[in-house]
Design a protein around this ligand. Structure first.
Ligand SMILES: Cc1cc2nc3c(=O)[nH]c(=O)nc-3n(C[C@H](O)[C@H](O)[C@H](O)COP(=O)(O)OP(=O)(O)OC[C@H]3O[C@@H](n4cnc5c(N)ncnc54)[C@H](O)[C@@H]3O)c2cc1C
Length: 372
């Protein structure tokens, strides 16, 4: 980004034009945000051709341009978000050469879908409180426990899995990160229905499931540091959805015209607010560091405001079902997924502003002695 006027660099603009031109000749049709089989199959075809043309595995600024341009033709490739935006950068940062060679090409090409097996019924904001266990058995580890809110588990071939491997260490130190094969006996996936009616995420019960020792990512008992890489990338990926706001804004204007509200000063004021925030988030998305933390928090609030405006424009028709209603009902989830708003504020306060940390009396005791 050009820091002076906030416009795209010439390089990024040239990339956008190149991708735009390519897109005109390679449109495979729309892909929704759902996790249904038909969406997944079309999404896989899209991802494969993006990879083959060199438009997958890009740095964040170019990846954001690709996502924005795809959105203009109603293509949403969220199926690969955990793989491409979270597992891949973590494997790049912490993986062995053999792991990179085995996992990255099919991941970027969309041949293998990934999910995130982090949260548990007793471990969400306090992720280091996780209790899913891994016990060594020769060259393998045996996994027992329950994960929850696992987005897209029903379509996944692999999971990034956090387990407890040493119960005598303090909670952050006895965790190991695995690249875990989902398609095996001992993995029981049960859908959880959301307010939108869709079952985007799942409970995942792991009973004597197995994973090879060579699939540990990073160090044995050193999984917390590896997980931090994933979570930082997750925040950026969720906030990076802000780029899609440009075409959503155009849709909102069209909606206002369609309902005869485009001349209403209150609606116009709200539209200009949405436009301003859309641009701010877009430029924020092109920066790194602390901006990434602000991005996820601001994006969640933006999506909420944007969908409330859509329903206000529709008036009584806003009570009927449709894509704006789905987005409205889905918006609160963005404030929770990838770390809740409150937790993002804690992180910002402590790590960016340098405020005193929350009291954490359970940080040094062995995990097995903690009340759970
Ligand atoms: C749409 C969606 C998709 C998801 N997909 C996945 C996935 O694929 N894989 C996965 O592993 N997880 C996934 N999650 C889980 C998500 O990471 C957790 O829901 C989130 O981290 C919050 O944890 P929790 O639900 O256990 O809530 P809790 O941690 O129990 O929090 C409950 C409330 O307490 C507040 N709170 C907790 N601690 C503090 C604190 N220290 N200070 C202030 N307030 C606090 C929270 O903000 C929240 O309001 C998903 C969640 C959603 C909504």
């Amino acid at each position: 980004m050009n820091e002076v006027d906030g416009e795209e660099t010439a390089e990024l603009q040239a990339f956008r034009e190149e991708f735009h031109t390519w897109l005109e000749g390679h449109n495979l049709g729309p892909v929704g945000a759902g996790f249904g089989r038909s969406d997944v199959e079309v999404a896989k075809a899209w991802q494969a051709q993006l990879y083959d043309a060199g438009f997958s595995a890009l740095p964040p600024d170019k990846a954001a341009v690709v996502a924005e341009e795809l959105n203009t033709v109603d293509v949403f490739l969220g199926t690969f978000m955990v793989g491409v935006s979270m597992a891949a950068p973590t494997i790049v940062a912490h993986g062995t050469d053999a792991q990179k060679e085995r996992f990255l090409p099919p991941l970027y090409r969309g041949e293998e879908i990934w999910c995130q097996l982090f949260s548990e019924p007793g471990a969400g904001s306090d992720l280091a409180g996780l209790a899913c266990r891994a016990d060594r058995d020769g060259d393998e580890w045996v996994i027992n426990g329950q994960k929850v809110w696992t987005s897209g588990a029903q379509n996944s071939d692999w999971g990034i899995l956090l387990t407890r491997t040493d119960w005598d260490q303090p909670k952050h130190r006895g965790i190991t990160y695995f690249l875990f094969p989902m398609r095996q006996a001992g993995v029981d996936i049960r859908p959880l229905k959301q307010i939108t009616g869709a079952a985007h995420f799942n409970e995942v019960f792991l009973t004597d499931a197995r994973v090879p020792h060579e699939n540990i990512l990073g160090e044995l008992n050193g999984g917390w540091a590896v997980a931090m890489t994933t979570l930082a990338n997750e925040r950026t990926a969720i906030g990076g959805g802000a780029g899609r706001g440009s075409s959503i804004f155009d849709d909102l204007v069209a909606l206002a015209r369609q309902h005869g509200r485009a001349g209403d000063p209150v609606i116009r004021q709200a539209l200009s607010d949405v436009y301003t925030r859309t641009q701010l988030l877009r430029y924020l998305g092109q920066r790194g560091g602390a901006a990434a933390m602000v991005l996820k928090l601001s994006y969640a609030q933006h999506i909420k405001a944007l969908n409330e405006l859509a329903l206000a424009i529709e008036g009584p028709a806003g009570t009927l079902t449709g894509s704006w209603q789905d987005a409205f009902l889905g918006a609160p989830a963005i404030r929770i997924a990838g770390g809740s708003d409150e937790v993002q504020r804690n992180i910002l306060g402590e790590r960016v502003l340098g405020l005193p940390t929350e009291p954490r009396p359970d940080k040094t005791a062995p995990f097995r002695d903690l009340p759970r």
